[in-house]
Design a binder for this molecule. Sequence first.
Ligand SMILES: Cc1ncc(COP(=O)(O)O)c(C=O)c1O
Length: 367
Amino acid sequence: MAGRVIDLIGKPVSLIPTPALIVETEIMEANLRRIADFFTHRPANLRPHFKSHKCVTIAKRQLAAGNAVGITCAKLSEAEVLAAGGVRDILIANQVVGEGKTARVAELAGKCRLSVAVDDETQVRELSAAMAGTGASVGILVEVDIGMGRCGVPPGERALAIARVAELSKGVEFLGLQAYEGHCITVLDPAERREKVVASMLKAVETRRLIESSGLPVQVLSGGGTGTYDMTGTMEGVDEIQAGSYALMDCYYAKRRPEFGIALSVLTTVISSNGGDHAVLDVGVKGVGAEFGVPVLADRPGDEIPFFKSEEHTTIKVGGEPLKIGDRVRLIPSHVCTTCNLHRRIFAVRDGVVEAVWPIEGSGCLE
Ligand SMILES: Cc1ncc(COP(=O)(O)O)c(C=O)c1O
């Protein structure tokens, strides 16, 4: 199969076997340029999030686009894939727990500049123990919960207490804080979003000032995403923006961030049709992430997807031009991150021709 896929380079999109993940390269490139340009002459930088596409080629292009200090990822196995692909500065924006995993952190820290989020002294001690004798060091960001109610300590003294433990522990280096405003990042109204985001992030900035006033330097406050890059990213005291979705986008984020084009779609084939109001595509929830809603049909405004629950089928209520068996239809997913995790490769397309086939090295990297 791999050989046959490579043979498609230079060939028309119509020859790609479906269902297939497609990226319009030109749209993606414009997205990368747009956000990189935003951070020119601004104190904060990007640390693009790998979990959105899980493709090392795209991560490297995000770095090459400029104003990016490294890559964020969600999982240790993603960090390993990034390091193997040559990325030199990686943040695992999550807690890494368990002896087997901390041993892998220690090994990885010898190969790249690695930092990890923590929200308890236990994680710091486990990381420090794993680093013993390696001669390397792993960076520590203390995660502060600024309202999402996921991981993280409350703003204030608890973060300072963990920072002190990190400062005194061997093999780890206290670098600063992580705070993710995920509870308000997709608020539809931009003014309301800004108000909520700034109020939340201020708690992290205040925690930073508390730690600094105790005499501990804070090098980094990392957070933010596509919905907030121009809100969190312009706040004094915030250094890094972990945006990821902006590169490829989806139909859910497009309503919140119209300045980025939708580069991602899933190319499908009509496998059944009554020639009238009913047609079926060859993909379902095994190829299109749907937790933010039903995907949207590209270029077919009269059609509807009444439900989206089958594993391998999408049923269309055809309201526009009839669909014939063998027709090609593109679906725009509601969630880029889970969609990319379902695929092994991306077909990069320019002007209707396959330009490249990029492996999605991080697909299925869950641990
Ligand atoms: C820790 C963290 N940072 C940043 C993001 C932002 O990603 P996006 O660009 O999709 O808004 C997320 C999204 O889930 C996240 O979990």
